[in-house]
Design a protein around this ligand. Structure first.
Ligand code: ATR
Length: 271
């Protein structure tokens, strides 16, 4: 049977994953398809059973099912267990379904070459921040600070993941000059949300990297502010592409071309 892959979520129509994976499958001469599937909340278990029954070789999981899918899988890899969320399911040779999380690692790959000794500031302490902090931990980074509007949430994340230090947004602003990489993970500045920057960047260090997990818009208000200081900025498109590339390699055993895909998607999104 021809192999096929999918992405499940709600909403799903605007997902860029079908475009991305279909292009990679073609480029790698793999005879398979990748389709988006809209799943209603009360139908998640039925949907997963159907994917298994119909021979799906692997699928991505997006909002709002990354946590809810866990009980329906046979095994959860360390990355997904640590984060508490699955974004990729892989069918093993013996027919078991294993959940992984490639978001955090994908994000870090999208930053390009960085060093374990770099000092990293993460702004926000939600689910996305959790994935990124966990991946930094897996890669052996230790100089991590998490700054959040609700300090208690930053503290909880630090305690749960046993890494880094929780600070307030004011402390982050005052000590900004010590950070090499600043990562904005709050939904502030996404399309249709009003933008108030969680921290000011006037103390930013020369040669810092400023990243945002959002790619719509391509230049978020946080990145727009960072550009004023002539530092390198990275938007969330790289994270989307790299998390997808890691999933693709789990399914197909080859790593697809990421740089070209970032360029193509940037063009599609009008950048
Ligand atoms: P996700 O799971 O996508 O990361 P989330 O769980 O809703 O999203 O997390 C949102 C994060 O953005 C939280 O850290 C939140 O701060 P609180 O813990 O104080 O809620 C932060 N956030 C959301 N809106 C914000 C705003 N207007 N200003 C500053 N931080 C904000």
């Amino acid at each position: 049977m021809k192999k096929w892959f999918a992405v499940i979520g709600k909403p799903i129509a605007h997902s860029l994953s079908p475009y991305m994976h279909s292009a990679w499958l073609k480029e790698q001469h793999i005879d398979a398809s990748y389709i988006p599937i809209l799943v209603e909340e009360e139908k998640l278990q039925d949907a997963v059973n159907s994917l298994k029954l119909l021979g799906c070789s692997g699928w991505n999981v997006t909002v709002p099912y990354k946590e809810a899918i866990i009980p329906y899988l046979d095994e959860i890899d360390q990355s997904a267990r640590g984060i508490g969320a699955v974004n990729t399911v892989v069918k093993t040779e013996d027919g078991r379904f294993v959940g992984y999380n490639t978001d955090g690692l994908g994000f870090i790959e999208s930053l390009g070459p960085i060093r374990q000794t770099n000092h990293i500031l993460i702004v926000g302490a939600g689910g996305a921040a959790r994935g990124i902090v966990h991946a930094f931990k897996q890669l052996g980074f230790s100089h991590i600070a998490i700054a959040n509007r609700t300090f208690a949430n930053a503290k909880r994340l630090v305690e749960e993941l046993q890494l880094g230090q929780a600070i307030t947004l004011e402390e982050a602003e005052d000590t900004l000059a010590q950070f090499d990489i600043i990562i904005h993970t709050t939904p502030q500045g996404m399309k249709n949300s009003t933008a108030t920057l969680p921290i000011q960047l006037n103390q930013i260090k020369e040669h810092a990297i400023v990243a945002d997990i959002v790619y719509n818009p391509l230049v978020t208000p946080f990145l727009e502010e960072a550009k004023k200081y002539n530092v390198r900025t990275v938007n969330g498109l790289g994270m989307l592409v790299h998390q997808g590339a890691i999933a693709f390699s789990y399914w197909n055993g080859v790593k697809p071309n990421t740089e070209q895909m970032v360029e193509r998607l940037t063009e599609q999104l009008g950048g």
